[in-house]
Design a protein around this ligand. Sequence first.
Ligand code: GLU
Length: 288
Amino acid sequence: MQPVLRFAPSPNGYLHLGHALSALIDFEMAQSLGGRYLLRIEDIDATRCRPEFEQAIYEDLAWLGIRWEEPVRRQSDNLDAYAQALGKLEAQGLVYPGFESRAEIARHIAQHTGAPWPHDPDGSPLYPGMSKQLSPDERASRIAAGEPYALRLDMSGALNRTGALTWVEIGTDPHQEHDTLMAQPEKWGDVVLARKDTSTSYHLSVVVDDALQGVTHVVRGQDLYQATSVHRVLQALLGLPPPLYHHHRLILDAEGHKLSKSTRATALRELRRQGRTPADIRRMIGLA
Ligand code: GLU
């Protein structure tokens, strides 16, 4: 079976040096495996994604010397696939609407005394589960009344079904070491899978797309390492084959923070405008 790799940026800003590292590690791994290389545009957040950023992704990647297969998959063109997957999870009784706003959740947690409230790996407080006990009738009538809600995965119910899960982490050289790691999805609590106004989420769509595109190797930054635990649960519940994973080092700024799409100085187009070459970029990200 021919390996399939993908680079999956969101068009909500210009690509920066961190994206260059990710796209190049990924592209070079595809080449060394004799695999296919796909590009996927992750544009489900309609409020932040813009066509000019998508166009810039194509230009910046081509400038770096990266080539991908056409057609490019755009998530906003595939909302039906995510709705279908959500339906399968709902049919398993593992999805419920949470009606509280972020502020209400924060107020609820502020009233809590005792041990510090647990936070997920991204730093958000775990959902306290206030809406979990609502009856089907109460849920239906609040939705019918037009209340906003987030559809959440019942994580403990999900884990009862899946049991313990692992994933295979590969090194930079895909022909070499493989580690089998224990997934820790309980760290995330009842993650959001969709909202009243957004019919999917990053976690749900990434898992569906990787399976639909036959992705065998997921290459992405360490910042998404913990998210892989959630992806493994969704894959197990949806009966999707798990790819291998490689989470690569991140490029940090002078203060040790992850690069941001809003910082002009590290944007690939800004560096190109200043006369840097693709070879300069490789040196700047330690790939030379
Ligand atoms: N769209 C995600 C991002 O831009 C990457 C998703 C992934 O590689 O799994 O951070």
